[in-house]
Design a protein around this ligand. Structure first.
Ligand SMILES: *Cc1c(COP(=O)(O)O)cnc(C)c1O
Length: 423
């Protein structure tokens, strides 16, 4: 199935006389006739639903669709993007371990890594996405368990050189985890460039209508955990499942099966079936929506570049952008609908501009059907130190603009009247 078809049909196809739409299995549990059968489910020797904290038929169909879109062997839905990145890392890192992350990643992920994972005893080293291969190699320790980056960073819009990061990770015997939230698989499929695990905040374009917070982890099935020798949690018996060995018993799906049956079982961050139903429905229109977001972002960025009062416009799609070459390579059909710009006059001018916008609302959100704006330095990134702000590529006068699905002319007219008002 190509992308357009998979967005509609992957994961669920109605059988003869069955519901055309994915049914919502609003059920916590699934009854069985024999204790034998339930025992086999608990030993993971038989496949089947038994409790909706671990798996649910509606979620399962949506997971299969997302796995198909990314080209992975399996996916796990989570209750948020935060939970996706948490579980993606915890699945292969424990106290005493270490991860290497690109410094431009989402502020929420920086908090997760620098505050909470640190309290769990997992250390993180941040590296510039522009690091040389030698610099990336120098960040590796004997305890390193993963590299992490975002295809298109929120909100810095830096493009990850996926091949370079994958090569550095693989040379160290560890996988590359890529948060692919902004491009979605419609615009970039990180597995095709060497990434091993992909995560998503489905809250953004995948839902696309600002209805449901959610996340997903996708496993490429290509990382050789046994060959690496660094992952006893995958290659040695799990006593909580009568000695299951994930790599031996689940082969290419070892990572994603363990994430579900061990971590999701214990952490309980699984979404309800209703959310998976809505997400699955949203995914049907993802290619159409991404094309319109990209078209609008291009038109607005081009217009902003010529406006007085604008110090800089950032989008990897602009030729002036340092990541333009990377964008052409990894994102030939566009990066996403999010761009950013810097106001002359810094923090105060940026805040004043936002107060004058009418169509574009101030929202702690991006990547949905309605155009919205945010001033990161006073909101999402206010907990970061100046040094961290600089490392994340966030200037005080930076405005993040998420171009929705409205007409580009109306978005531009709104920006125009607000720029005039603050001139
Ligand atoms: C929003 C976001 C997250 C966090 O996702 P939630 O669904 O808000 O928990 C993680 N990574 C990126 C790139 C994001 O944009």
């Amino acid at each position: 199935m190509d992308m357009n078809t998979a967005c509609i049909h992957a994961g669920y196809q109605a059988g003869n006389g069955e519901p055309r739409n994915l049914p919502i299995a609003l059920s916590t549990t699934f009854p069985y006739d024999s204790t034998e059968e339930v025992a086999r489910l608990f030993d993971l020797t038989e496949d089947g639903f038994f409790y909706s904290r671990i798996a649910n038929p509606t979620c399962d169909a949506c997971e299969k669709k997302i796995a198909a879109l990314e080209g992975g062997v399996g996916a796990l839905l989570t209750s948020s993007g935060q939970a996706a990145n948490l579980i993606a890392v915890l699945n292969i890192a424990s106290a005493g371990d270490h991860i290497v992350a690109s410094s431009t990643i989402y502020g929420g992920t920086v908090n997760l890594f620098s505050v909470t994972l640190k309290r769990f005893g997992i250390d993180v080293t941040y590296v510039s996405p522009r690091s040389t291969p030698e610099e990336l190699a120098a960040a590796v320790r004997p305890t390193t368990r993963a590299f992490f980056g975002e295809t298109v960073a929120n909100p810095a819009l830096a493009v990850l050189d996926i091949e370079k990061f994958a090569a550095a990770a693989h040379a160290a015997g560890v996988p590359l985890i890529v948060d692919n939230t902004f491009p979605t698989p419609v615009l970039c499929r990180p597995f095709e460039w060497g990434a091993d695990i992909v995560t998503h905040s489905t809250t953004k374009y995948m839902d696309g209508q600002a209805r449901i917070v959610g996340g997903a982890i996708v496993d490429s099935g290509r990382f050789d955990w046994a060959a690496s020798g660094r992952y006893p949690e995958l290659t040695e018996p799990d006593e909580s499942y009568h000695g299951v060995v994930y790599t031996r018993d689940f082969g290419a799906a070892a990572y994603i099966v363990k994430a579900r049956v061990q971590l999701m079982r214990d952490l309980g961050a699984y979404p309800p079936a209703t959310n998976a139903f809505l997400l699955n429905e949203s995914l049907e229109t993802l290619p159409l929506r991404m094309a319109q977001h990209v078209k609008n972002a291009r038109a607005v960025a081009a217009w902003l570049q010529g406006q007085p009062g604008i110090a800089a416009v950032h989008s990897p799609e602009l030729e002036s952008d340092p990541d333009h070459g990377l964008a052409e390579k990894y994102l030939p059909n566009g990066c996403c609908g999010v761009i950013s710009f810097e106001m002359e006059g810094g923090r105060e001018k940026a805040a004043a501009l936002l107060d004058h916008l009418k169509l574009a609302r101030i929202e702690v959100h991006v990547a949905d059907s309605q155009t919205c704006v945010l001033h990161p330095a006073s909101s999402t990134h206010r907990q970061l130190t100046d040094e961290q702000l600089a490392a994340a590529g966030v200037e005080p006068g930076l405005v993040r603009l998420s171009c929705g699905l409205e007409s580009a002319d109306d978005i531009i007219a709104d920006l125009g009247q607000a720029l005039e008002a603050v001139a």
